[in-house]
Design a protein around this ligand. Structure first.
Ligand code: FES
Length: 108
């Protein structure tokens, strides 16, 4: 990870063990983050709905969005933007990296 010097990458797991549709929780700087594989790409968001204090992990993923199971707010995986009420604030996103068959996440 030569070009990524200074970034505290957290290992999520082997890419082969993170199939399409998988959701994996990791801790980045003490914060719970959910890593979602969707259409082959990895997306990482803070595992916390911005409406109320509720985890996004396990929410349905479709149309590039993850749905909070509590009241149904939808967040765009690529930007963290809230797309459906009752959430209005974006959820923090993290960057992901696949290198040598391993998946990593780090703060943006
Ligand atoms: S807590 Fe997520 S929509 Fe209300």
């Amino acid at each position: 990870m030569n070009e990524q010097v200074g970034v505290a990458w957290v290992r999520v797991g082997a890419e082969a063990e993170l199939p399409e549709g998988s959701q994996t929780e990791v801790t980045v700087d003490g914060v719970s983050v959910v890593v979602v594989r969707y259409e082959g790409q990895f997306y990482a968001l803070r595992n916390n709905c911005t409406h109320k204090d509720y985890p996004l992990l396990g929410g349905e993923v479709s149309m590039g969005r993850i749905t909070c199971q509590k009241h149904g707010a939808k967040f765009e995986l690529s930007t963290g933007k809230a797309k459906t009420l009752p959430a209005v604030k974006p959820v923090r996103i993290y960057r992901t990296l696949v290198e040598d068959g391993e998946v990593y996440v780090a703060p943006l």
